[in-house]
Structures are given as C-alpha cells and as structure tokens.
Design a protein around this ligand. Sequence first.
Ligand code: ZN
Ligand code: ZN
Length: 438
Amino acid sequence: MKNTLLLLLLILLLGFQNTNAQSNSIQNKIQTNVKGIEQKVIDWRRDIHQHPELGNREVRTAALVATHLQSLGMEVQTNVGITGVIGTLKGSLPGPVIALRADMDALPVLERTPVPFASKVKTMYDGKETNVMHACGHDSHVAILMGVAEILSGMQKDLKGTVKFIFQPAEEGVPKGEEGGAELMVKEGALKNPQVDVIFGLHINAQVEVGKITYRPGGMFAGVADLKITVKGKSSHGAEPWSSVDPIVTAAQIINNLQTIISRNINITRNAAVVTIGSIHGGNRSNIIPEQVEMLGTVRTLSDADEKLIFERIFQIATKTAEANGAEAIVELPYSSHYPVTFNNLELTAKMLPSLQKSAGLSNVLLVPAETGAEDFSFFANEVPGFYFYIGGLPKGQDSETSAPHHTPDFFIDESGFSTGINAMVNLVADYMEMGKL
Ligand SMILES: [Zn+2]
Ligand SMILES: [Zn+2]
C-alpha cells in the first residue's frame, strides 16, 4: 500500500513536470508535421506490406529504410544483427541518447485480406515453399518509424540530444541454426557508440481501437524459457512391471506435481505465470515399459523473481519425484530459447505517461493487464530503461472479440491508427530531451 502511494505520488510529480515539458510552439509544430507525413507513412507501409520478408531475410525492407535515413542526412549503419539498420540523428544541442525501435519481419502466413496491396509473395521457409504476409503489423512499425525519423530530422536544430533509430530483424524468431533479433543487435553493440540512455518501442494491435494507446508498468510481456525433462528408468515387459523402474508413471507424477508451482508457490495477486508441458514421448507399444520418457514445456513469467522461483521448483519437483520412484530426471531449463520479461521501467513509464496522454488524449490511454506472450524488445529493455506500448489498429466500431488475431490470414490493420503512433514517438523524444535523463 505504502509503495502504491509512493508510486502514485511519483506519477503525479513527474506528470506535472512532463505537462510543462514542451512549449506550445514545438507541440503545434509536431502536430502539423504528423498530419503532413501521414500519407507518406501509409504509402511506405503498403509498399512494405506487398513485399514482406521473413526474419533475417529483410533485405529489401532494410535497403528501403537505409536509403530513407541517408536521404535525411543521417549517419547510417547497415547489416547490424544480419539485416538490421541503425540511423543516428544528432541534435544541435547536447542531451540524452534516445533509441526508438521498429521490428521489420513478416510471417509464413497466406494473406486472405481483400486489400489491393495484399501480399502474393512466396519464399522458402524451413526447406518448403511458403507464402509470406505481414500478419503481425511490423510493416506499420517500419513505416511509422521512417515517418518519425523524417519529422525529427526536420527538427534537428531544436533537438537537445541524439536519437538512434533501430530497425530490427527477426522479432518473430530466426530460421533454424541462425542467430538474430534484438539479442544479436545488442550483442553487436546497437545500444553503444553513443551509449543509449532509454529506449521506446510500440506495437500496433488489431484488437485495440484506432486512436487508443494501451500500456502496463512493470512486466508487460512474459519472459519465456522452454524446458526439456528426460526421465530415465529401467525397461521391462509390460506384463512384469515389478521388474521395471517405470518412466511413464514417473513422468505422469512429475506433470501433476508441476501443477502445484503456480497454484501453491507463486503469489498470483502480484503477477500471473504459466508452466505448460506441451509434449510427452515414451515407449512404442502396449506391452513394453520403456527405458525413458522425454517431455517438452514452456515457462512464462512476468518478473525475474518469479522466474527464478519457478526454475528452482521445476528442478526440485522433477528430480525428487524421479528419485522417489528410483528413476532419474534430467532437467534442461532453459532448453533452447530464453527471452527476458519485457519490463516497462517504472520510473520511465511514470515520467513519460503524460507524453502518451498528450498524443492520444487523456481518455484514450489505458492501463491493461500483462500478456503471457513474449516480445524480444525485452533484450533492449534489459540493458537500458525501456518503455513499450500498444497503439490501436482496430477500425472504430468493430468488435475486438471477432476481429482476426495477429499471425492469421485475415489479420487487418486500420491505417488511420498510424498518426497516434507517430505523434507518440515524436512527443516521447521531444519531452524526454526537455526533461533530461531519468
Ligand atoms: Zn507477432
Ligand atoms: Zn509483432
């Protein structure tokens, strides 16, 4: 309670400071510029939408971005984290370094929308020919950030600091055997030279009404780790189970016991968490008790502390349950992938909330629950304070329950939502520069 009061006070204080951050003339200039660039952003988006590229293959998109940033007179780095592009805009006045991030990749989905710029692209994916579609809206993110870059470079003499425009490949994952995404860009120094102070990112959302912004302080998207448990026992004839150490019975007990982690160990009033076993394999016929069973699963958490606790409990439960049965459990966790929690820095969120309210209108900025999906923006926000939010892409008056979800063939974005995103990004930069570092 005490902490909640303190946080509220902080939000009020920082909000008051922020409300006064910009002069009216800069604010007016921003609004005129957003209106002026909107059609260009829509045209870029349609071009990118018609030419979608899968993760680590965003060659055409990256070239389009690099050419645009160069035309604005920016210093541009290409091939960062395979196809990533970074533009650096130095303001005339000294100040903080602010990074803005857009992801560029599309998905192996066959587009079914009736729009005239629907994708007809096919490519090779995982050894097979597949259709490609911007079915998560990353085409919108690229176009919006290109527009923001144009507006901010036009305000270069007013800028108190530096802006780094980060165009990132492979947010949706990388082809087998490759590295990529935000993690690789961080590894290759995307947040260094100059060292980034804070980072902002947005995602368009087909289930949020156009004109609205949604956000959550703290854990917004889950941290993800996959796991593998191998239960080793002793094989026998199925008719003589007393001669075996049965890995199937042991695996069944482990799965049931894992259910107590969320129900009995996690404080669910603070954050949600998930432990799922999604695959189990053992044995090959009815009358043989096999030697081993393999299970795969996923862990989703919204705080690092919960993740640590869940990892510990999975190790304990799997190994001790196996031991009690005379078997052995080998736990690999994380097994092949590990994304941190996408954590919105509390102080930065409080400080910048008024900028979003100014951009979309007070009643259009809404606090929402966290999601158990993941977003690799988390790799950036793990290094420097970050703030990530949603902008609406659902046509006004449409039902979010019946609109096509992200990653599906009918996924649709209403382009009139772009101006909210452009406005928000420009205001975040202008206000943060005015207020100075955290
Ligand atoms: Zn996606
Ligand atoms: Zn996405």
